[in-house]
Write a protein that binds this ligand. Structure first.
Ligand SMILES: *Cc1c(COP(=O)(O)O)cnc(C)c1O
Length: 342
């Protein structure tokens, strides 16, 4: 008998909370093992494993929601399976078969069903798949053995005090990734490379850095660990570049925008174009969309005031609500994005 849960769902942070189980599979001798269910929070790893020395680590992030009908829905897990495979190919790691990925997601959610927050709490179950190179090697090479595992943790609502604005900044002294580097893959090392810039931005009172393209520093790239979009004269515009991680939230918002008859442009966006946008937001699984109040270019003193009335814009709000409604089973899932956990 497990102890009863005593969680204040609405006050949960976006952090790690122990659940009952995680699931694991190992790649060894040229094949993937059966799925192992574990209740241990630790892993055994050789001190010379390539993940620890040469950064062979990739991950994913997705969520499960308790819907209005009480059913549990996982959002777009096939797309995360595909993206993890692309990241593996990028880092010369063993790709996890997409079917194995999906089976493990369903299994880990089912096993931890009691940690899926109730409908209406604003909280959700965060699902974190990761893959690491396990082979001991002091020479630089790829692993022949891999561990793929999925842990979950209930996380609280991103906007504890309501859908609010944050300010971000531009600082040309930092790049998150290189022009033809690993930016398009979900690699732990990209995050390591961004921690200094992120901390600097926080010290100055900003929630994130809006990176410019690392080659020319002319165009908008990513917004901290999230994609960026803006609303300009009724159009949804979002940067297209090979150093951006293709956000599944961004793809979903673009689709919803099109469904609403909003034109979508994925293209290079020059920094100065920020003066002509009416709304802007960072987007990703954690927050869906996080509206931006002001963007300060710290290198030349330009302040782009986006939300002139101090409130999230109407289009961003509409897109945010529409996506949330699909995740919570309140609106029809016309694109087949949800997997219901039976
Ligand atoms: C995960 C991630 C995102 C958001 O992707 P989603 O699939 O929407 O969660 C955006 N940028 C970076 C760098 C990321 O790692």
């Amino acid at each position: 008998m497990k102890e009863e849960l005593n969680i204040d769902w609405a006050k949960l942070p976006f952090g790690y909370l122990r659940t009952d189980y995680n699931v694991r599979a190992t790649f060894c001798d040229g094949k993937w093992s059966d799925i192992e269910v574990s209740d241990s929070e630790t892993i055994n790893i050789h001190m010379a494993a390539t993940a620890l020395h040469y950064g062979q680590e990739i991950f994913e992030g997705l969520k499960a929601f308790r819907g209005v009908d009480g059913k549990i829905r996982v959002f777009r897990m096939r797309d995360n399976a595909r993206r993890l495979r692309e990241s593996a190919e990028g880092l010369k790691m063993q790709p996890v078969p997409e079917d194995l990925f999906c089976e493990m997601v369903k299994k880990v959610v089912k096993l931890n069903e009691r940690f899926v927050p109730p409908y209406g709490s604003g909280a959700s179950l965060y699902i974190r798949p990761l893959e690491i190179g396990m082979t001991a090697s002091v020479g630089v090479r790829t692993s022949s053995e891999y561990l793929f595992m999925i842990l979950v943790s209930p996380v609280g609502p991103y906007f504890k005090t309501g859908f609010g604005l944050t300010n971000i900044c531009i600082m040309r002294e930092y790049d998150r990734v290189a022009p033809k580097g690993t930016g398009r893959w979900k690699v732990g090392g990209n995050y390591a490379a961004s921690l200094g810039a992120g901390e600097h931005a926080h010290e100055l009172g900003y929630s994130a850095v809006l990176y410019l393209d690392p080659k020319e520093k002319k165009y908008l790239d990513e917004c901290g660990p999230a994609n960026f979009f803006a609303i300009k004269d009724g159009k949804y515009i979002t940067p297209a570049s090979e150093s951006i991680l293709p956000s599944i939230t961004n793809m979903s918002l673009q689709q919803i925008a099109k469904d609403m008859g909003i034109e979508v442009e994925a293209r290079h966006i020059p920094v100065e174009e920020l003066a002509e946008v009416q709304e802007a937001a960072a987007c990703g699984t954690a927050a869906v969309a996080s509206p931006i109040g002001e963007i300060d270019d710290l290198d030349n003193g330009t302040k782009y005031v986006i939300a002139r009335d101090g409130k999230p814009g109407p289009v961003t709000t509409k897109l945010y609500n529409a996506l949330r409604a699909i995740q919570l089973g309140e609106a029809p899932d016309i694109h087949g994005w949800n997997t219901i956990i039976e």
